[in-house]
Design a protein around this ligand. Structure first.
Ligand SMILES: [Zn+2]
Length: 86
């Protein structure tokens, strides 16, 4: 865990996970994807050790919502395929 994680702790989950939260969570997981760094996997968005806080938050939201790992992967893949690239 990076030092920033120890200072800030985990991002709190919303009290009730809505469809909109699921959408945010899928986006967070897609954006905060791992990439290989010199010392292991790093978040390609914020360079924190993977999984970074937002990636973990996304996973917790989707787990709370009862999505399986396969469903999460499918949603993220779908999101990446449909994302508008600049
Ligand atoms: Zn990240």
């Amino acid at each position: 865990m990076d030092r920033i994680d120890e200072v800030l702790g985990e991002v709190p989950l919303p009290p009730y996970v809505t469809a909109e939260d699921v959408d945010f969570a899928v986006r967070a997981i897609a954006v905060h994807a791992p990439e290989q760094g010199p010392d292991g996997l790093r978040c390609r968005n914020d360079q924190a050790a993977h999984p970074c806080r937002l990636h973990r938050w996304g996973q917790r939201v989707l787990a709370e919502r009862g999505l399986s790992e396969a469903q999460v992967r499918a949603s993220v893949t779908h999101h990446e395929a449909s994302a508008v690239r600049p």
